[in-house]
Design a protein around this ligand. Structure first.
Ligand SMILES: [Mg+2]
Length: 107
């Protein structure tokens, strides 16, 4: 799957979300950013479980599959933040990865 395909899927999901809740662009961006916080919390919960740092009676709720799911949910929601703000994550990845790779070469 390409970044553009994920961005398109995110755009489609956000359009439905925008209509369902009657949000304008700014409200949508703030709502999806709040959703990112929720997903990051779920990822953190799974990561703690993955390393058995949760209560022992809860450990059967955690699995590698659930960790992968929450990692993806978090990534996909980042696409939502980009979509809601009108930013192109493909271009951002190109610019930022170039910067990061060049910096790594200098170090
Ligand atoms: Mg989730």
């Amino acid at each position: 799957m390409k970044i553009q395909e994920l961005q398109a899927a995110s755009d489609k999901q956000l359009e439905k979300f925008k209509e369902a809740y009657g949000l304008d662009g700014r409200e949508l961006a703030l709502a999806i950013n709040t959703k990112l916080g929720e997903e990051f919390g779920e990822l953190s919960d799974q990561l703690l479980g993955f390393y058995k740092l949760q209560r022992h009676d809860k450990l059967d709720q955690y699995s590698t599959e659930e960790l992968e799911k929450e990692l993806f949910d978090t990534l996909f929601t980042v696409f939502g933040v980009a979509s809601a703000t009108g930013l192109d994550l493909t271009e951002i990845c190109k610019k930022r990865s170039k910067f990061i790779l060049e910096r790594k070469l200098r170090e």
